[in-house]
Design a protein around this ligand. Structure first.
Ligand SMILES: NC(=O)c1ccc[n+]([C@@H]2O[C@H](COP(=O)([O-])OP(=O)(O)OC[C@H]3O[C@@H](n4cnc5c(N)ncnc54)[C@H](OP(=O)(O)O)[C@@H]3O)[C@@H](O)[C@H]2O)c1
Length: 276
């Protein structure tokens, strides 16, 4: 696997995190190449990882077994159409990490028959703790699926969906989810300050509590509801707080927020896919 040539088109935040994760996982830096239009960024990547770089996307794509499209969604059409001929000639596996760019749009720009894995990573991938969901089109082989999965696993959890429409729900949950938790941390911190805690103490307690709860939930065989019940003694402080959340429609609010995010995800995918 590590002998396959892997090319990143776009060498920004996500590409850097993936490359760092892959090299830590044992990928040979000599097999990794990055193309980006920003020469200074390429110099930084060369110095940090010892990988080859170029400002020519087509040159980078022509030697690749796997191409990771890691540019912003707004420039994906232009980048993909420019690579279509090279990809039709060399037939690499194409993995897109761009939010909201559908497989059908990529296929339209890259050419029918292109083997495409569309992924939806999230921001904690930048600290190797991401959650990525992958979707493969019909041209992708089993071997290519496992390669795509191992690439995304270099920065965290990787799960598959067989129905691309599910990626709107994924976007609403794990894609936008880090911001929901940040919002909750902000609210805990602000309320902690109002209860009299110094700001720094409230901030650290909010962060460590979020981290500790996530670690416990990940390591426990029990689900979140069971863990919550375990720390909610009848008549205690936690029960009093949870009842305030629930009486004020907490679950309903979360559902409405996620419905809104999924709807916006569908709209954005339409806008990107229907670009003139
Ligand atoms: N960051 C995240 O947490 C996250 C989470 C989920 C999904 N994603 C997806 O990951 C993709 C990359 O995001 P990112 O945060 O890594 O963005 P980024 O840091 O802006 O990286 C994109 C890189 O692509 C370069 N680029 C732009 N046009 C190019 C072209 N025509 N040819 C070659 N390179 C070009 C950009 O250069 P310039 O700076 O000069 O434009 C930049 O260095 C996006 O599609 C995003 O939706 C990111």
């Amino acid at each position: 696997m590590t002998d396959m040539n892997l090319t990143f088109i776009g060498g920004g935040n996500m590409a850097s995190s993936l490359i760092g994760g892959l090299i830590a996982d044992g990928w040979n830096p000599a097999t990794i190449q990055v193309a980006d239009r920003d020469e200074q960024q390429l110099q930084r990547l060369e110095a940090r990882f010892g990988i080859a770089t170029t400002t020519d996307n087509r040159v980078a794509a022509s030697s690749a077994d796997i191409i990771v499209l890691a540019v912003k969604p707004q420039v994906m059409k232009e980048v993909a159409m420019d690579l279509a001929e090279t990809i039709a000639r060399h037939r690499p596996l194409v993995i897109s990490i761009a939010a909201g760019v559908r497989e059908s749009a990529l296929r339209k720009w890259l050419g029918a028959g292109t083997t495409i894995v569309r992924t939806m990573p999230n921001t904690p991938a930048l600290v190797q703790s991401g959650a990525t969901v992958l979707y493969a089109n019909a041209a992708v082989t089993e071997d290519q699926r496992s390669i795509a999965e191992s690439i995304m696993r270099a920065v965290g959890l990787a799960l598959w969906v067989e129905d691309e429409d599910k990626l709107d729900a994924v976007t609403a949950l794990s894609g936008s989810g880090p911001a929901y938790f940040f919002l909750f941390m902000e609210a805990l911190q602000a309320a902690g300050c109002k209860l009299g805690l110094p700001e720094d103490t409230a901030r650290l307690l909010a962060l460590q509590t979020a981290f500790g709860a996530a670690k416990m939930a990940l390591e426990s065989p029990e689900d979140a509801a069971a863990l919550r019940r375990r720390v909610t003694s009848p008549g205690g402080t936690t029960e009093r707080a949870i009842s305030v959340f629930q009486k004020n429609g907490f679950e309903d609010l979360v559902e409405k927020a996620m419905q809104a995010a999924a709807g916006r995800s569908r709209e954005l995918a339409e806008e990107i896919g229907n670009q003139p």
